[in-house]
Design a protein around this ligand. Structure first.
Ligand code: ZN
Ligand code: ZN
Length: 370
């Protein structure tokens, strides 16, 4: 009798142990290697089966899977809109994947705490979140001290490319947006090598295909980088300007205000050739060019003191403030489409772009924006 009770107790203990391990809290205020991010993604799907699913939408040069989390209510019969967010397009910008993980946790927590605005948004839109886009590069940047500052993909470049331990393409110069014109390099050894041609890399192809095939439904494209503390709006190329430039600036400035409100951190807002330098082949520009109305690139902390090697002690504050900024953007975008009060505030210059979106708009008892 005693023996069997003891045995049952042992089984119970081992079950508790397993459950605790499965539910072990993911550390959101530290950097994680790719294997941990992958298991975290699986864990999030397991914990929120009715809200979250994962989708593999491409392969890297080294044949690894590129996956995103799709987060939103499954409403049958209603075609939902979507918000895109990618992190980790540049390998060494570790704070970006950390932010994507934090963002996912925050929106799920808000939803589960029955935050009315988050509930409303998850009914109307799906969030497509790619925690690490440049998977090969990210894994390589975790190898050791000598690879920590790797930026590009892991494709070798042209056959005649001879760089010491180098190669790779800058994914954020490789998109089909005035490719190869300004702010990049045709030298395969450069940090800003644009690739052999537009979309020469499987990673930029994957994004182009996934986002491109849903471009009518994607309201907002967000791409997360560091460093510099900036909210960048299209375009990186000096010769073109978005038809809704003023609105993008307004939303960006309000996002910067929201960011400042959390820990007092100041972000600069603008087009990159004004506040940074001209660019071409950017994913943000491509998204705006194919008609996604809102497109932003966030450059998170800091302003150069630690640069890409932002200390882990700053992960939490960086994520907290960036979340406030992103939430502002997301709410603006959502309310514009789904709340009548927002939908009437459309200027003449953007009317054409918005026509298709307005047809799909309906009123859903919106929660007043804060
Ligand atoms: Zn970057
Ligand atoms: Zn805080």
């Amino acid at each position: 009798m005693l023996r069997s009770v003891g045995f049952a107790f042992l089984i119970l203990l081992s079950q508790i142990g397993a459950t605790m391990e499965e539910r072990m809290e993911h550390g959101y205020y530290k950097y994680h290697p790719m294997t941990e991010i992958t298991s975290w993604m699986q864990q999030i799907v397991r914990e929120h089966p009715s809200l979250v699913s994962t989708e593999a939408y491409g392969k890297t040069f080294e044949n690894r899977t590129i996956s995103l989390l799709k987060i939103g209510e499954r409403t049958s019969g209603v075609e939902k809109k979507a918000i895109w967010m990618d992190c980790g397009i540049h390998a060494r910008e570790w704070i970006a994947p950390a932010f994507c993980q934090y963002f996912v946790r925050e929106i799920l927590q808000a939803y589960n705490k029955t935050d009315p605005k988050m509930r409303e948004m998850m009914k109307n839109v799906d969030f497509y979140v790619t925690p690490v886009l440049n998977v090969d590069g990210y894994i390589y940047s975790w190898t050791d001290n000598t690879t920590r500052l790797w930026r590009k993909t892991r494709s070798p470049g042209p056959e005649d490319c001879v760089c010491f331990g180098d190669g790779g393409t800058d994914l954020n110069r490789n998109f089909d947006a005035l490719w190869g014109t300004v702010g990049m390099s045709h030298n395969c050894c450069s940090l800003f090598y644009a690739g052999a041609g537009p979309l020469s890399e499987p990673e930029s192809q994957a994004v182009t295909e996934f986002v491109g095939s849903r471009k009518a439904d994607i309201l907002c494209f967000l791409t997360i980088h560091n460093y510099g503390q900036m909210v960048l709006v299209p375009y990186g190329h000096p010769n073109i300007i978005s038809p809704n430039h003023n609105e993008l600036m307004e939303v960006g400035l309000a996002a910067a205000d929201a960011i400042r409100g959390v820990h007092g951190t100041s972000y600069t807002v603008g087009i990159s050739h004004d506040i940074l330098y001209p660019h071409s082949g950017l994913s943000m520009d491509w998204a705006r060019l194919v008609g996604i109305p809102f497109s932003f690139c966030l450059e998170l902390r800091d302003k150069g003191q630690h640069g890409f090697e932002l200390p882990e002690e700053q992960v939490r504050a960086t994520c907290e403030e960036a979340y406030a900024g992103v939430l502002h953007i997301v709410r603006h975008v959502h309310d514009k489409i789904f709340c009548r009060s927002g939908a009437v505030a459309i200027t003449a210059t953007t009317t054409t772009l918005w026509t298709t979106l307005l047809v799909a708009a309906w009123v859903t008892g919106c929660t007043t924006a804060l």
